[in-house]
Every structure is written in structure tokens, then in C-alpha cells.
Design a protein around this ligand. Structure first.
Ligand SMILES: Cc1cc2nc3c(=O)[nH]c(=O)nc-3n(C[C@H](O)[C@H](O)[C@H](O)COP(=O)(O)O)c2cc1C
Length: 127
């Protein structure tokens, strides 16, 4: 579990069309390697499916809440539980290529949650 207060990032996420909540968290408290993860985020006791991005250098932990359309959430506490790593971080010089990569990652994240939902549904029906 990763938890921290949401702080301002560089604002690039919004420009890319994928706003992210940057979380203020100590590197030593995070035991996950860098990359993109399907994750469950808890905000005010409500759970959201999320894409979690962990970057080692410069250190950054940020989350894009998949279907969140509410007001800005700066200053609030976000707790995140990574579920499955879906991709690595790549360097892009072309912003459209980066956008396309993020889109593909989000699709992978949604697939993880679909698979989880199918598994949970199947478990419900076990006699
Ligand atoms: C699902 C996802 C995958 C991402 N993958 C990469 C990546 O591979 N390479 C990269 O440079 N940025 C990637 N980003 C973008 C950055 O991590 C970050 O969102 C962006 O730089 C905005 O940061 P800011 O909120 O500090 O402005 C990804 C973002 C998301 C949401």
C-alpha cells in the first residue's frame, strides 16, 4: 500500500489528456520497481480503478484515476494498492507517441480490472 498527500506535478498530464495525481511519498517507503501498474486507489473511502506510475529518477509517484471526473483533489490523501505491473517507462521525444503509449497502457490496465471482475464473478458461483 502506498499512501500520501496529492501535490502539484508539472501539469503535463492534463496537457496529455491523462491528468495524474502526484503523491508525496518517500522513495524508501515504496517497494515497487519503476513502471506502470494497474492499481486500486482510495480517495475519501471511495475506490477507483487507476493507472499508477512509479518513476525512479526524478522520483515521482502518480496515479491517473480511470473514471474520475470530479474537482481537483490537491491536498487530499490518496491510498494506492498496486495490483499488477502492465508496462515499463519509455522515453519519447514525440508527444503524440507518448500519448499513444499512455492510451495503450490504460487499455492494459482496464483489461486487468476486467479479468479481476470475471474471476470474482466466477468465484461467487463456486458451490
Ligand atoms: C499510464 C501512464 C503511462 C505513462 N508512461 C510514460 C512513459 O512510458 N514515458 C514517459 O515519459 N511518460 C509516461 N507517462 C507520463 C508521465 O508519467 C506523467 O504523467 C507526465 O509526465 C505528467 O507528469 P506531471 O503530472 O508531473 O505533469 C505515463 C503516464 C501515464 C498515466
Amino acid at each position: 500500500m502506498i499512501g500520501g498527500i496529492i501535490v502539484h506535478g508539472d501539469g503535463l498530464g492534463k496537457t496529455l489528456g491523462y491528468p495524474t495525481a502526484n503523491i508525496d511519498v518517500e522513495p524508501s517507503s515504496v517497494r515497487f520497481e519503476s513502471g506502470v501498474y494497474a492499481a486500486r486507489a482510495t480517495l475519501h473511502g471511495k475506490i477507483y480503478d487507476a493507472a499508477l506510475v512509479i518513476i525512479q529518477s526524478p522520483w515521482k509517484v502518480e496515479a491517473h484515476l480511470l473514471d474520475y471526473a470530479g474537482p481537483d483533489i490537491y491536498g487530499q490523501e490518496l491510498r494506492i494498492e498496486p495490483i499488477q505491473r502492465v508496462s515499463s517507462l519509455e522515453r519519447y521525444d514525440d508527444i503524440d507517441e507518448l500519448k499513444a503509449k499512455i492510451g495503450r497502457d490504460i487499455t492494459l490496465v482496464r483489461q486487468v480490472f476486467e479479468d479481476v471482475a470475471i474471476r470474482e464473478d466466477r468465484d461467487d458461483h463456486v458451490l
